[in-house]
Design a protein around this ligand. Structure first.
Ligand code: PRX
Length: 653
């Protein structure tokens, strides 16, 4: 299990020196099977990116009209495949039908209650075209933003692809976010139409999604129409006349023949909101051609995709992992994807292993937080199942601690499956650093090496390149096709956030070091972003939610190490007009849940009479992190305005 202190687990990672070579039988059949092959691709992409990506673009995407310039780069603005016309939905769906592979399964789906459905590429084409026709009939056109808040049903992927088909921009909001969060995102993006479902199954219960959406739509004036999928049934779904329309009424009747619209390469494909270092989530913008190519090629390289694979990414489409590695990457590569709707422990803790056995999954891509939960639930759930179909395992969302890595390797992979620890971000569009499973000897806890096209640089506080072995801020020095094109509607923030510190280089927000073998080790964030179960949250976002409660004066939120979640949310609050008791504590947790969503609910809340601050009034988060983790107070406290407040906080431990 992970170490109980932050510094403990980092020390552990730093002293990790085990090396696991890919099994020879894996390498023999691998897409990239020699180091020379990788070195050649890497050198070409770094030294002659226009030639390299020009060839990649031509070969791996369909073009209605060819591009005439590979990359137009004037930092921080990139345009890829300028002058070309393509369509991400065409690349993911129609291209396979055209190539005579229409009968191949694209999606194998299982709902939480156990209902199942399969879609061949041809069937997917019809379903996507029908949805696109329905959207057009409801008034959606190229450039409109469609907000999607849905369970993990095939219709979620269909809705995303339908938007891509007509050049509408999807903004998927994870179905665990609150009405407030949906409304904020709808308003920021001026969404015109929203797609949701009546309900969602979660651990056997039905959550009324549409009711949450109704609350959000009361505060989303730009949304004129709401398309509602019947998923859970029952007659009590409120439908507002003139605004709400059932999916089965609007979509089922459509002919399903609408072709994909040829779109300029840089046509916005989607916006996905993610937390930054301020309170307001950022709408990360990705565009059509470059993103689609990056998702496809990184999928093929990292997952060593072969024709007969059954690939399962356990993420939700509400996050970037679902966008790139459930929809746009694997489908562009013509893969067969398993999609699962529900919880990993329903009806029992062996649900994932039951699915792997039932569908003979060959590639599994999941998150360290899930692996840690499986360890906790016990080996007996794994032992019940035959997992011999697996040949490759993936990890994403946070660094995988060596102990979890070893368990994943031995217990799930039977000691024979390489593990690809993939480092990337919402902003990068796809995987940036990862082992290539046929060639890269892996070190537990390291995401190993950059993929072709990724040129990392490690810099110090003022942007100078540093001796990378001691570590520093991780930047990317060269544009790559999948890079974000901006923050929707906020060019200023885009520049400030990612490009101001080190001119011309993309600042990732992570610290990293590079060891003597050229392997990268991600050392955590440099900003006030915390990583809770692989999900990004800004501490300031949670603080704003807390202070919006009338009885909270001030709040400080920090991450503290957690064996299961990686980081848990610890909050310190000063209050007024209320007794600081358990009831108030529960109310505050619920308040944050309502403001942001269940994923942001603090694990600990401590009441305090004041917060430790510097003389200039800044909250001393470093100290609060130590207090929250139960650590000895580290570092200099001489600038503390009120040492007494800190002493009080400590007494609580
Ligand atoms: O801090 C890094 C961490 O997750 C951040 C990106 O979060 P998000 O945009 O939500 O995307 C998550 C899925 C790609 C990064 O800045 N992170 C992600 N993967 C890893 C990681 N940290 C260490 N190792 C990883 N493999």
């Amino acid at each position: 299990m992970s170490k109980s202190s932050e510094s403990g687990s980092i020390d552990h990672i730093l002293t990790e020196d085990r090396l696991f070579a890919p099994p020879a039988e894996f390498t023999d059949k691998a897409v990239i099977s020699t180091n020379e092959q990788y070195e050649k691709l890497y050198a070409e992409a770094r030294d002659n990116p226009d030639k390299f990506w020009g060839e990649q673009g031509k070969e791996h995407l369909h073009w209605f009209e060819p591009f005439d310039q590979v990359c137009k780069w004037e930092a921080p603005n990139a345009e890829w495949f300028v002058g070309g016309k393509t369509n991400a939905c065409y690349n993911c769906v129609d291209a396979h039908v055209e190539a005579g592979r229409g009968d191949k399964l694209a999606i194998i789906w299982e709902g939480e209650p156990g209902d199942t459905r399969t879609l061949t590429y041809r069937q997917l084409q019809t379903e996507v075209a029908k949805c696109a026709e329905g959207l057009v009939e409801l008034g959606v056109t190229t450039g409109d933003v469609v907000s999607i808040y849905m369970p993990m049903t095939p219709e979620l992927a269909i809705a995303m692809l339908a938007c891509a088909r007509i050049g509408a921009i999807h903004s998927v909001v994870f179905a665990g976010f609150s009405a407030e969060s949906i409304a904020d995102r709808n308003n920021d993006a001026s969404a015109k139409l929203m797609i949701t479902s009546d309900g969602l199954y979660r651990r056997g219960k039905v959550l009324p999604l549409k009711r949450t959406v109704d609350e959000a739509l009361a505060k989303s004036p730009t949304v004129k129409t709401c398309l509602v999928l019947r998923r859970t049934g029952g007659d009590d779904t409120p439908m507002q006349d003139g605004r709400d329309v059932w999916w089965h009424d609007a979509i089922d009747k459509q002919p399903g023949t609408l072709p994909a619209t040829p779109l300029d390469s840089e046509t916005p494909l989607f916006i996905l909101y993610t937390s930054g270092s301020t309170g307001k989530p950022k709408g990360i913008l990705h565009t059509t051609a470059g993103y689609n190519l990056w998702a496809k090629r990184t999928f093929q390289w990292v997952f060593d995709h072969r024709e007969d694979d059954i690939y399962w990414c356990t993420a939700d489409c509400g996050w970037i992992t679902g966008h790139s590695y459930i929809v746009y990457g694997p489908l562009a590569a013509g893969a067969t994807c398993l999609m699962y709707e529900g919880a990993p422990n329903f009806p029992a803790e062996d649900r994932f292993w039951d699915l792997v056995e039932k569908y003979k999954v060959t590639i599994l891509y999941t998150a360290p937080t899930a692996v840690r939960a499986f360890i906790k639930w016990g080996d007996e759930h794994v032992d019940k199942h035959d997992l011999s179909s697996l040949r490759l395992l993936g990890s994403v969302g946070e660094g995988i601690n060596p102990e979890a890595w070893m368990w994943y390797h031995e217990k799930i992979g039977g000691g024979k499956c390489p593990i690809v620890d993939t480092w990337w971000q919402t902003e990068t569009g796809g995987i940036m650093m990862s082992p290539l499973p046929g060639i890269t000897p892996t070190k537990p806890g390291s995401c190993t090496k950059p993929l072709p096209g990724v040129v990392p640089a490690i810099v110090d506080e003022i942007g100078n390149l540093v001796d990378s072995q001691s570590g520093g801020k991780l930047c990317i020095a060269q544009p790559w096709p999948g890079m974000l094109r901006g923050i929707y509607g906020d060019d200023k923030r885009f520049v400030e956030q990612y490009w101001a510190d080190v001119p011309g280089k993309y600042l990732t927000g992570d610290n990293a070091r590079r060891d003597q073998d050229g392997y990268y080790w991600i050392m955590g964030r440099i900003d006030d972003v915390i990583n809770v179960s692989g999900h990004r949250l800004s501490t300031i976002e949670v603080e704003s939610a807390l202070v919006s409660h009338p009885n909270v004066c001030e709040a400080a939120v920090v991450g503290r190490p957690d064996d299961l979640k990686g980081q848990a949310i610890a909050a310190f609050v000063t209050t007024t007009g209320r007794e600081c008791n358990d009831e108030f504590l529960k109310e505050l947790k619920m308040h944050v849940r309502k403001q942001i969503g269940a994923l942001a609910q603090p694990d600990d809340i401590r009441f305090t009479s004041s917060l430790p601050k510097t003389r200039s009034g800044k909250i001393m988060r470093r100290l609060l992190r130590d207090v929250a983790a139960g650590r000895e107070l580290a570092g200099d406290t001489s600038t503390l305005e009120d040492l007494a407040s800190l002493a009080k906080l400590q007494q609580k431990d």
